[in-house]
Design a protein around this ligand. Structure first.
Ligand code: SF4
Length: 488
């Protein structure tokens, strides 16, 4: 057991996470005592005690700067104590590395200066700094093609799945329990889509993403209605990418794929997560490895030339050999993009309750590295990267894609937060971004998550969105908020 004593509550989150990254299997107990002298005290299982005096840290009014410095001192101590370095350092919890690098590129820093900044401020090693830098440059080249001021993306969410995977941290419901409500849900979402199209007249639609849940849990005629509504109501002329996340192979049929092909959809996903049958059975995905292969070939036969596949490293019971076998099977299929997630342990998911942790530097490192090698063999390069809280070990999620395909533009926009995203459906979150002299500012407007509430209160959701967009467009509001304006 490890005991952490903090003087202030504000240090607890980062200090906990950096300590957990070095000692993933240890239980950690935290206390806060405003009267104690040291900012942080850590009692390690081997009996060592670390104590950080206030005078050892930077004296600043900037809380973020103060927290980062405390975390850095804790990281340096734990690194020395364990003889380990964390590839991403210890301070990037909840920080998007590529977003940070992108900001520095935009501020005119050279590559060497950025590497120095990441090392000095965040203890990030050169290998990860190089990946973050390369991805940020690729993202920047892509984003430079978009009109961020007048452009926006559209998201439509289908919150149903064939069954609920045990690791799922999204809000999704089994389609079997909602069969008789799906039509009403679609009616409500179509109403919201039509209202959104009116609200965004005169703006340029850059990307469309149909996600969820699993959009292909809709029947073929329902998919037709949804995609038809988007085509009729939005100007798709400038759309760079139109994704339908087909997702679970057990929801995809030839008829549904044929419907999707009728529309200007440029990209679909067929997501196996793993090609190990024992794991698919264990996590509650009711499809086989053969289903994945068959649906992938069917999609190719029907002309889909941009297919993404998602994999998860660190699923229960899997070791590096399982991942290697999965990658070999994926390579035979040769998707156009591959997204590799390290399992995020969320409290809500069953794995969280089981308290599963993985040892960084062992199995999961090998899995993530094997996936990078496999992606390279397929000619795919990393194009986006994100790290999230509670991710197993000290790892990142990486999207790889063929260089000449505009893969994952929507994902990049989500990560880099440079453009408005108009989102429709239960729990969907609409986001506006404004570029002010002191950086990008973001405001969100969320629909209710509960499906029945969403259907019943659809007019209120539409009004809320209208009000939100008008308020953001309101010059007085912006002036009050930040002094000067430039709205996206
Ligand atoms: S398919 Fe995706 S959204 Fe649906 S239950 Fe599984 S993890 Fe959750």
């Amino acid at each position: 057991m490890i005991k952490i004593e903090s003087k202030k509550n504000k240090f607890t989150y980062n200090v906990y996470h950096v300590t957990k990254a070095f000692y993933p299997k240890e239980d950690i107990v935290q206390t806060v005592d405003e009267k104690q002298e040291p900012l942080v005290k850590i009692h390690l299982p081997e009996g060592t005690c670390f104590s950080l005096a206030p005078e050892e840290c930077v004296q600043t009014e900037d809380v973020q700067e103060e927290k980062r410095d405390v975390t850095k001192k804790v990281y340096q101590f734990l690194s020395k104590q364990t003889g380990q370095e964390l590839a991403w350092g210890g301070m990037l919890t909840g920080v998007r590395p590529t977003k940070l690098v992108m900001q520095k590129i935009e501020q005119g820093m050279t590559k060497e200066e950025i590497f120095g900044f990441l090392k000095e401020q965040y203890c990030v090693g050169n290998k990860k700094a190089q990946i973050a830098y390369e991805i940020a440059c690729r993202e920047k080249a892509l984003l430079d093609q978009l009109d961020c001021k007048n452009g926006y993306s559209l998201y439509a969410g289908i919150p149903f799945c064939p069954s609920i995977c045990s690791y799922c941290s999204f809000s999704s419901s089994p389609i079997t329990e909602w069969k008789d409500q799906v039509e009403c849900y679609l009616d409500a979402m179509i109403k919201e889509l039509k209202a959104t199209a009116k609200l965004m007249q005169g703006k340029t639609l850059d990307t469309v993403y149909i996600g969820g849940g699993t959009p292909t849990t809709l029947e073929a005629d329902q998919l037709d209605r949804l995609l038809g509504t988007i085509r009729e109501n939005f100007d798709l002329e400038h759309v760079l990418e139109f994704t339908v996340e087909a997702g679970r192979p057990d929801s995809i049929t030839r008829e549904k794929l044929e419907v999707i092909r009728k529309y200007p959809v440029t990209r679909i996903s067929v997501n196996p997560q793993t090609m190990q049958q024992k794991t698919l059975d264990l996590v509650g995905r009711k499809h086989t490895v053969e289903d994945v292969e068959q649906i992938f070939h069917l999609a190719r036969e029907l002309g889909f030339d941009n297919i993404n596949m998602d994999l998860i490293a660190g699923l229960p019971g899997e070791d590096a050999a399982d991942m290697q076998d999965t990658l070999e099977k994926i390579e035979k299929l040769h998707p156009d993009s591959l997204t590799v997630h390290a399992l995020a342990i969320k409290r809500a998911a069953k794995f969280g309750q089981e308290g599963r942790t993985m040892d960084p530097g062992t199995e999961i490192t090998q899995m993530v590295e094997a996936a990078a090698v496999s992606a390279e063999r397929m000619g795919l390069v990393p194009y986006y990267l994100y790290r999230q809280k509670n991710i197993a070990g000290n790892f990142e999620n990486v999207g790889y894609a063929e260089q000449d395909k505009a893969g994952g533009v929507y994902n990049i926009l989500i990560m880099e937060e440079k453009q408005a995203i108009l989102a429709c459906g239960a729990g969907a979150s609409t986001k506006r971004v404004w570029n002010l002299p002191d950086g990008y500012h973001i405001e969100r407007c969320e629909n209710v998550k509960d499906i029945k509430q969403y259907i019943a209160r659809i007019d209120e959701m539409i009004e809320r969105k209208k009000h939100f967009l008008r308020r953001i467009e309101n010059e007085k509001y912006l002036l009050k908020r930040a002094g000067t304006l430039f709205v996206h």
